[in-house]
Design a protein around this ligand. Structure first.
Ligand SMILES: Cc1ncc(COP(=O)(O)O)c(C=O)c1O
Length: 394
């Protein structure tokens, strides 16, 4: 190779003298990622082994068993996809939509919009029902829409991270079965944190992520589907138009064949095994109770400081609270102050709620009493420094 053609690290900003990778310490109390559990980080730092090594195959089986427990299902096809939550979201669309297939999407925030975008890209016939960001759909509304629109798939986000709404799901599975429709649920901000009963609620397919309730870094997206979804998949007339996310191919690796599809991100699977093991060790119901109790404490504390919450308590999401930014407060200033001076991240509002709310997350390992106290204390002592008008109160 001629030296002239080599783009030299030495000439480009002196790259050879960069310091070792350094990451500041942060407490992530935003919409995600959340902090990983220290035991998860230990697992992540183990040396990789081969993705067909028998020790790894055995670890894969553990991950699948633990996922079935955390999803509360007996589904054969239950696996962590390589990629963040959006990967399994896209798999849920790519595998179950054929050209012109009718999907009904109940949209009440930013992630409903993402489902609509994906379904359009896969050439579905998309019907959308909408709610303002901050509200949930009622059982009757969903029943009416499914019965009149007769979609092949009904999709809804369980925990809308953009608005802070928890969508009740009980009963929708029965409506879907009566109307010969698959029930698809986005559980990115609920799996491993909030009550979610895949079998009992008759959810046919669902996806999530690793970086919230499971206390892992981002990188994997748990997915599960039942026999109804398997039947729909096997009745496809055309090939799944996405090779990487083709569930039949993926299941040859995660199912009994254990045939190579792509090189698994083995360390992320070490990590998720550990995150899931910690959940099983604590007990799923204890995990749900912990998230509910810490969220309630946060809500009470914020309200007693004069803050207003965006979502009514009936539909408020314990993993992600949307807090109205008082009109007299520099919202970005406060958020940046928490990050720069206290190492604490809270989120800005997303989409139409940008600049109107802060998003406070209590997920997985981070859902603890101490973090709630710390944040409430900072709202109490620091927020007043960001008042736009000298004498204003919130
Ligand atoms: C409800 C919901 N769905 C989907 C996603 C997309 O997941 P990811 O960003 O991991 O790709 C997110 C991300 O936060 C989310 O909150």
């Amino acid at each position: 190779m001629t030296e002239a053609k080599l783009i030299s690290a030495l000439n480009e900003e002196n790259l050879s003298h960069l310091s070792k990778t350094y990451v500041p310490s942060r407490l992530l109390l935003g919409p995600g990622p959340s902090n990983a559990h220290p035991e998860v980080l230990k697992a992540l730092s183990l040396n990789p082994i081969g993705h067909l090594d028998e020790a790894y195959i055995s670890l894969m089986s553990d991950v699948q068993k633990l996922l079935r427990y955390t999803w509360q299902c007996n589904n054969r096809v239950t696996l962590p996809m390589s990629g963040t939550g959006s990967a399994a979201m896209e798999a849920s669309i790519a595998n179950f939509i054929e050209d012109g297939e009718k999907i009904l999407i109940a949209k009440k925030g930013y992630f409903g919009d993402r489902l609509v975008d994906m379904a359009n890209r896969y050439k579905a016939q998309v019907d959308v029902i909408e709610k303002p960001w901050g509200e949930a759909f009622s059982y009757e509304e969903i029943k009416y829409e499914i019965e009149t629109k007769k979609p092949a798939i009904f999709a809804i986000v369980h925990a809308e991270t953009s608005s802070g709404v928890l969508q009740p799901l009980n009963g929708i599975g029965d409506i879907c079965r009566k109307n010969n429709c698959l029930f698809l649920v986005d559980a990115v901000t609920s799996l491993g944190a909030l009550e979610l009963l895949i079998d009992d609620w008759k959810i046919d397919l669902a996806y999530s992520c690793s970086q919230k309730g499971l206390s892992c870094p981002p990188g994997l997206s748990p997915f599960t589907m039942n026999n109804r979804a398997e039947e729909k998949l096997s009745s496809r007339k055309t090939k799944v138009p996405n090779w990487y996310l083709d569930l039949s191919l993926l299941n040859k690796y995660w199912g009994s064949d254990r045939v190579y599809h792509h090189t698994a991100p083995v360390n992320m699977n070490f990590a998720i095994r550990e995150g899931l093991r910690l959940i099983a060790n604590e007990g799923l119901e204890n995990v749900w109770n912990r998230h509910n109790a810490n969220a309630k404490k946060l809500w009470k504390g914020l309200e007693s400081l004069g803050m207003e919450l965006h979502v009514s308590e009936d539909y408020r999401l314990p993993t992600l609270t949307t807090v109205k930014i008082p009109p007299a407060v520099d919202g970005d200033g406060f958020r940046n102050h928490l990050l720069r001076n206290f190492g604490i991240e809270i989120g800005n509002g997303l989409g139409e709620l940008s600049g109107k709310v802060w998003r406070v997350g209590l997920m997985g390992f981070n859902s603890c009493d101490e973090n709630v106290d710390r944040l409430l204390n900072l709202f109490d002592t620091e927020l007043k420094k960001f008042s736009i008008f000298e004498s204003s109160t919130f």
